[in-house]
Design a protein around this ligand. Structure first.
Ligand SMILES: Nc1ncnc2c1ncn2[C@@H]1O[C@H](COP(=O)(O)OP(=O)(O)OP(=O)(O)O)[C@@H](O)[C@H]1O
Length: 428
């Protein structure tokens, strides 16, 4: 074999790809797959493959190797499926990229209107939104831009753990295996994986994130001209639709890319007609996008939390820490009534305040909960503060009033204010 270690020669095979075709792969459930580019040029979701270098893809990974001009790929290991497709929407996607690129150049050249394109990608679940966002970001980064990636998908987000909305600048094409490299992502903790749990909180956090980015852009011409790519949730009916409009409005998106649904496209086009500076474009969904069951989604959420603490290749070692109950302050956002019934006019029902920050007693209910570490200085700043990261509660000792938790780093937490949602994890 031309390489050492894992794999057997019998599972090594080559695939020749004609120009503008792609090899679609689902890695087997139990073993990783190794793959390399033997000759030609190819990319994975917008990031070029280095020639000859073996890349290892973990079990379950679903991806495509696309070539513009032809390539030969070598694979080592087993796959759930792999097949070649010569019908892809890639030309239409790269055309969008070219238009965005033109707008970035325009923005850069004219200081008085130096805002680059703000693209928002919308569509039903499994329409390829994250994948298209990723391609647009990687193609832009390859040309030297530093676009901001905003991920509003609290279910299957790709910046950090589930239950968050987040943003990060993309300075290099996104690594095909490791995903987005995180220097200092700006993360807000929503705490749930569906927006219906607390719609007002979701909106409030979207607004906070947009305001901070707006401020950052003011002082940074380069990222302002590079613009943003905003990925959204696949929830597009009812409240989901309302939240899409809210996001388009809040981020001042001026390019709306609608993937895979005619109805959503026509609704958005009609409602955004009054905004002449907003372009609504319909794009074809790729036949390669894999539908994921709710069980699979649940599993991948759990995997994302694991990845936060242990790294994608088990290369991080989180620390187990013990704190006194009195050292940590856990809060929950929303729920509970705003005022006691006795304080309300006779006959009035107490209204739940979705943004109310309430202290949580430390007890066994916190076991296996993922808590966000807030940057808030005071409890009333919790909703408007971003978070430093997460801890995972592994033991509660009621007698000794001690809490044991896993944290990515040793030592003191950056803040004593912790936020609890409904995010739990069972370490296996
Ligand atoms: N051309 C392709 N070939 C093979 N797999 C693909 C292709 N495009 C996307 N995928 C895979 O399909 C899955 C779903 O795609 P993606 O995450 O982009 O969809 P989405 O619309 O963002 O989903 P969500 O419902 O979570 O919002 C992912 O695992 C992705 O890697």
């Amino acid at each position: 074999m031309a390489y050492g270690g894992a794999g057997t020669a019998s599972t090594t095979r080559q695939v020749k790809l004609e120009k503008e075709s792609e090899l679609r792969i689902e890695v087997a459930n139990d073993t990783p797959l190794r793959l390399r580019l033997l000759n030609g040029t190819a990319e994975i979701f917008g990031t070029e493959l280095p020639p000859q270098i073996w890349l290892t893809f973990p079990p379950h990974f679903k991806f495509a190797v696309f070539t513009w001009y032809g390539a030969t790929i070598e694979m080592d290991g087993s796959t759930e499926t792999d097949y070649t497709a010569d019908e892809t929407p890639m030309v239409s996607y790269v055309n969008v990229h070219a238009v965005l690129d033109g707008r970035r150049n325009q923005a850069k050249a004219s200081p008085e209107s130096a805002q680059g394109p703000r693209v928002i990608v919308v569509g039903p679940t499994d329409s390829g939104k994250s994948t298209l966002s990723r391609m647009l970001l990687s193609w832009a980064a390859k040309q030297g831009w530093k676009p901001t990636f905003v991920d509003l998908d609290i279910g299957q987000g790709s910046i950090t753990a589930p239950g968050c909305i987040a943003a990060t600048p993309i300075e290099l094409p996104i690594d095909p295996v490791e995903g987005i490299s995180l220097e200092m992502p700006l993360v807000y903790f929503y705490g749930h994986t569906t927006p219906s749990q607390n719609v007002d909180l979701y909106k409030a956090l979207v607004k906070e994130l947009a305001q901070i980015l707006e401020r950052q852009f003011t002082g940074n011409a380069e990222s302002r001209a590079s613009g943003m790519v905003i990925n959204t949730m696949g929830w597009i009916e009812g409240v989901g639709y309302e939240l899409l409009l809210h996001a388009i409005d809040t981020f001042n998106a001026n390019v709306v890319l609608v993937l895979g649904q005619e109805k959503l496209f026509s609704m958005l086009r009609d409602v955004l007609k009054s905004k002449p500076n907003v372009d609504v474009l319909k794009l074809q969904k790729s036949g390669g996008v894999v539908s994921r069951s709710s069980k699979f989604r649940q599993k991948s959420r759990s995997y994302r939390i694991r990845e936060y603490f242990y790294g994608i290749a088990n290369d991080l070692s989180p620390h187990s820490n013990i704190a006194n109950f009195s050292d940590l302050f856990v809060y929950r956002i929303g729920g509970g009534p705003q005022a006691p019934r006795s304080a309300l006019p006779i006959g009035a029902d107490p209204v739940a305040n979705p943004l109310r920050v309430a202290p949580v007693n430390i007890d066994r209910d916190l076991l296996h909960v993922v808590l966000a570490v807030s940057y808030a200085q005071e409890p009333d700043q919790i909703v408007s503060s971003n978070i430093a990261g997460f801890i995972y509660v592994t033991d509660i000792d009621l007698q000794r009033r001690k809490i044991t938790y896993l944290s990515p780093t040793s030592g003191e937490l950056p803040s004593k204010y912790l936020v609890m949602g409904t995010l739990t994890w069972l370490e296996t």
